[in-house]
Each structure stands twice: as C-alpha cells, then as structure tokens.
Design a binder for this molecule. Structure first.
Ligand code: SF4
Length: 382
C-alpha cells in the first residue's frame, strides 16, 4: 500500500499547482512581455518556440461536460479533442497570441481547424509533419518544413532566430527531458519514490510551464527523491493509450493499493523520452528527433514499433499489470489496442481495457479496477 509520509507530501505540489492554475501562470508569464503559443499535439517542435522566447502551452481539456462544440465538431470525434475546442470557445485561452499544430491524427486536426476559423488569434500555423515517419524521406521532409516554420515565426516576432537561439532552445528542451528521465529511472526501484499521480503532474505541467522554471523544480525534486521512501507499491502498473490527464482516475487506482510505475502516453513518456542529438545542421537534428521519437499510433506504420517498446519498458519497470485506456472514438489507439493487449498477455502481464470520456465514471471504473487487482492478487497466491 502506498503511503506518502506527511513531511514529504509537498514535493510535487509545485507541479500540481502549475497544472491546476495553468491559465493564471501563462497570463502572469505574458505580463512580463512575452508571447504565448497554444499548441495541439506533442509533435510541435518546442525547441523553435523556446529559441524565439515564446512560451509553448499545450492546449488541454478541463474534464467538464460542455455543450458548445456541437456546431463545429462531430460528436463522434474523440472527447479530448472536443474538450480542447470547448476551452477555446469558452474563452479560457483568450490570452494566447498564437496557436499551432503539428500534423497528427484527424481528430485533433479538426480541433485546430475549428479553433482557427472561430476563435480570433494573432498567429496560426499548421506544420505539415510526416505521417509515414518510417520512410527515409521523413527527416529531410520535416527539415524543409521546419525551415519554413522558423521563417514564419521570425516574420511574426520581427526578429531573426539565430543558430545560437536554436542551440538554446534545444538545450532547454533536452535538459527538461533528461531530468524527467532521471525521475522515471527512480520508478524502476523495488519501492519507487514517486506515485503515478505525482509523475503525471510533473510531466503535464512541463507542457504548460516555462521549462527554465520547470527544470529548476526538477533539480530540487531529484535531490529530495534520493531519500524518499513511500513504502510498498502494491501491484506495479503501467498505463498505456490515448491522451490522458485524468488525475482523478490515477488517484482512484492508487488509492486501491497499486502504483503506476510507468506509462506510454503523450502526457507521459511519449512526450519526453528522446533528446535532440545536436549536430551542425540544427533543424535537421530537431527533425530527426521528432521523426524517430516513440510514435503516436497514428504514425506507427507499416511496422508497429510500439509493441517492442512497450514490452521492453514493462520489463525494465517490472510491470505486473497494464491498464489500456482509450479516449472514446480514438481510432489510432483503438486499432493498436488488440495487438498491444495480446503482446502484453503473452509476456505474462495482466491487462484491463477502459474507454475514457470527457468525465470518467469513477464509481463504475473503481469496481472494474478492484476486480482486476483482485484477480492479480489471487493469481499471485498460486
Ligand atoms: S490520437 Fe486519439 S486521443 Fe489523441 S487526439 Fe487523436 S483521437 Fe484524440
């Protein structure tokens, strides 16, 4: 059972606070004189935005029921995409100076298009990002697109982005990735000093906070974690699937005595695992990182590379059970789920599939997770 000792409770509070008060944070940041860019999808090359001293803020939903998106986006688009658009239509991101997307799944593209059409912003950019990332042409293609994107940002801010700026952008992003990878390394321990909920606050907050500040907080966190002990983790779980920042769900599962020790989703490892390997051609280096990163399933074809990756991670983190979650109507993840489930089970890992909506039915899910953990515990007895 995970028990976080009283004196250590506060060490993730700053990340939680950034996540909870994301709009207030961005508005205060902007008052110091910078531009804020709202972005959809983790394929957006934040390195170029940091190079231009722009704050990238990932647009996320609020997990509240809403009735404003129906005229703009079909109800059979994923709830996450509709929830994101609802935030824009309700004016919650009215401080954004610009919005952008890097081409990914069809659903989030519709969110971007509807936002672009109906919510006035000073700047908007659709970055064509290769879907066939396994093609040898993907990196050179993206490099050319990044040249055009960089030029567009320079025109917007009326200032050139130098190689020195780009190096700075890469360094700040790489440092953030390196530090979060170090925190994840600690989760491999027999008694991980971090819960899944805490890790989620850490990663999601990095998508909406100035990484200079976020990195300082991570450095301080790593020092505190070296002596932290939160006890027996119970069942070691992995969460896999669609976009997910449903903190209530993670808290509910961990309150039942299990611990998420790792994940494969875009509010977790898929966001930060790989660094840019700087070379002389910096835009090529950035392109290479986004082409070779662990892919979203919308780009993971013709070979399904995530299967090997997920199995490797499950072994490294000594995972006993996996909760596969999918945003309702999310086609890319829906197509991958049967293969992932089969592969995990072949490797002796118990699985539970759950479909998420804007709000999750926490009571109903609790019953299913309890049954799942019960079966794992019974099997452990024999
Ligand atoms: S990949 Fe799935 S969850 Fe993510 S935006 Fe697309 S449809 Fe929604």
């Amino acid at each position: 059972m995970v028990t976080v000792q009283m004196e250590e409770k506060g060490i993730f509070d700053q990340f939680k606070d950034w996540y909870t008060n994301r709009h207030e944070y961005a508005k205060a940041w902007k008052e110091k004189g910078g531009k804020v860019m709202g972005y959809f999808c983790t394929y957006v090359p934040e390195e170029i935005l940091y190079a231009a001293n722009i704050l990238p803020v990932r647009i996320l939903g609020s997990h509240e029921p809403q009735d404003v998106t129906e005229p703009h986006i079909f109800a059979m688009f994923c709830p996450f995409c509709r929830d994101c658009l609802a935030q824009g239509l309700k004016g919650r991101y009215d401080y954004l100076d610009g919005i952008m997307i890097a081409q990914s799944c069809l659903h989030i593209r519709q969110t971007y298009t509807s936002w672009d059409l109906h919510i006035p912003t000073d700047y908007s950019y659709y970055l064509p990002h290769p879907m066939h990332v396994q093609s040898p042409q993907a990196t050179p293609y993206l490099r050319e697109e990044l040249i055009q994107f960089k030029k567009s940002v320079e025109d917007w801010i009326d200032k050139p982005i130098t190689n020195y700026d780009l190096k700075r952008g890469i360094e700040i992003m790489n440092a953030n990735r390196r530090l979060m990878n170090q925190v994840y390394e600690l989760r491999k321990k027999r008694n991980p000093p971090v819960t899944g909920l805490e890790a989620m606050y850490m990663v999601v907050s990095s998508q909406m906070t100035d990484k200079h500040e976020h990195n300082r907080e991570l450095e301080s966190l790593l020092q505190k974690l070296s002596t932290r002990d939160i006890g027996d983790p119970g069942e070691r779980l992995m969460i896999i699937g669609s976009e997910d920042d449903d903190t209530e769900f993670l808290a509910m599962v961990e309150d039942l005595g299990a611990t998420f020790v790792t994940d494969d989703h875009c509010t977790g490892t898929r966001y930060f695992q790989e660094e840019v390997n700087p070379s002389e051609d910096l835009l090529n280096a950035i392109a290479e990182r986004y082409v070779k990163r662990v892919p979203c399933p919308s780009k993971d074809w013709p070979k399904r590379t995530r299967l090997d990756h997920i199995i490797r991670m499950s072994k490294e983190y000594d995972v006993q059970g996996a909760i596969l979650i999918q945003q309702k109507f999310c086609d890319p993840h829906e197509l991958d789920t049967p293969a992932i489930k089969e592969e995990l089970e072949k490797n002796g890992i118990a699985t539970l599939f759950l479909e998420f909506d804007v709000t999750v039915p926490i009571g109903q899910f609790k019953t299913r997770v309890e049954a799942f953990l019960e079966i794992m515990r019974e099997e452990d007895l024999f």
